[in-house]
Ligand binder design. Structure first.
Ligand code: SF4
Length: 375
């Protein structure tokens, strides 16, 4: 089964840390949504498995859209794809867009999971990040979503923000738990060059936190959430039992997915392709092959990607499956390379699989990178 992703590339304001593809020209929303309907029919033919299991509206800011308009995209998709067995329908939302009416309509439009961009409940921290909502609005948004009937509620949280230490983080986590989220994505702030934080860092007026602070905050998040019954099931993701993100898990387990919209990525098991990250090009080329760039994955790419996505999950990678996919010699090489991290405890060998212990996830990129097969 496959996942279906819609990218709504508009934001009212640009957050200081964000390097996703987005535009503040919200007046172009309607033409882009129409172009997405044009893109769908031909794009749907690109994936081999047409049975859609999960739907995800991400961005950008899908909550700037009328829920009926989002539903129309799903209905268009259902004309070409089998959408009769949807197990999860997620919409990302900004707290200050989540009026009672919007939440109700989104529920009626078929969504069963809201992903709320909270990031923090601390107003000073929100201001620093240039978020457009307050802590109170975030609380109200989560309360209203629950009251309206969204049982499956996830929120984003950012930690490792300079000037906001463990006390603020602890309060943020406590508030999340009080408000009844069932899933949490907790990201360490990364300072990307092409962002406000990146530019301030270059000018020497913003300093990212040091490694010890990163590790302390990462472990604090891990401890508070796991003690509250959440599974730390992926580097940045925590879920109560039964509430893991199915759509994202499909990305990490190599299932096919179809992305619709500017800059959206798709994967059909053998190749990856992505639409132009440009509203102008999208409007001109949606529905044509000229819109995409494509990359075929060679055996080495598939191997490295399998390691990367597998070892970022608590389950890790099953050696039997690994051997079936990549052969005995590669498995033996992997086990040889794994000797050092196994000795240091950064990797564990258990139940026929290799895994990184969740409390060491913070250094997972370095551990995984050392196992990669070079060109
Ligand atoms: S709302 Fe989301 S996509 Fe838009 S600028 Fe902020 S973080 Fe980026």
């Amino acid at each position: 089964m496959a996942g279906l992703y819609f990218h709504i590339p508009f934001c009212r304001r640009v957050c200081a840390y964000c390097d996703f593809y987005k535009s503040v020209e919200t007046s172009r929303m309607d033409p882009v949504l129409e172009a997405m309907e044009r893109e769908l029919p031909a794009a749907a033919a690109w994936i081999a498995d047409r049975r859609i299991r999960t739907i995800y509206f991400g961005g950008g800011t899908p909550s700037l859209c009328d829920p009926g308009r989002l539903r129309r995209l799903v209905d268009r998709a259902a004309e070409r794809l089998d959408c009769s067995q949807i197990e999860e329908f997620t919409v990302e939302a900004n707290p200050d867009d989540m009026s009672g009416a919007w939440i109700e309509q989104m529920l009626r439009a078929g969504a069963d999971r809201l992903s709320v961009g909270v990031q923090s409940f601390d107003d000073d921290e929100l201001r620093l990040m240039n978020r457009r909502h307050t802590g109170r609005q975030a609380e109200e948004a989560l309360r209203s979503a629950r009251a309206a009937g969204f049982r499956n509620l996830t929120a984003d949280l950012i930690f490792g923000v300079p000037g906001f230490g463990e006390q603020v983080l602890r309060r943020n986590l406590d508030r999340m738990l009080e408000l009844g989220v069932t899933h949490l994505s907790a990201y360490h702030l990364t300072v990307e060059p092409n962002t406000a934080f990146g530019r301030r860092t270059e000018r020497g007026i913003f300093t990212p936190v040091d490694e010890e602070t990163s590790e302390r905050e990462f472990l604090l998040v891990h401890r508070i959430l796991t003690e509250a019954g959440f599974e730390h099931y992926e580097v940045s993701n925590y879920a109560l039992p039964g509430f893991r993100a199915r759509h994202n898990t499909a990305y990490w387990t190599g299932e096919e997915y179809l992305g619709i919209g500017p800059a959206a990525h798709s994967f059909n098991g053998e190749a990856r392709r992505w639409a132009a990250a440009s509203i102008d090009r999208y409007l001109a080329q949606a529905g044509t092959e000229a819109l995409y760039e494509e990359e075929r994955l060679c055996e080495r790419d598939r191997f490295n990607e399998y390691l990367m996505t597998g070892l970022r999950r608590a389950e890790g990678i099953a050696l039997e499956r690994f051997e079936a996919l990549f052969g005995r010699p590669r498995l033996e090489r992997l086990l040889r390379e794994a000797e050092e991290p196994l000795r240091s405890g950064s990797l564990l060998l258990r139940e026929g699989g290799l895994a990184i212990p969740p409390e060491r996830f913070l250094v997972s990129d370095a551990v995984i990178g050392a196992l990669f097969e070079a060109e």
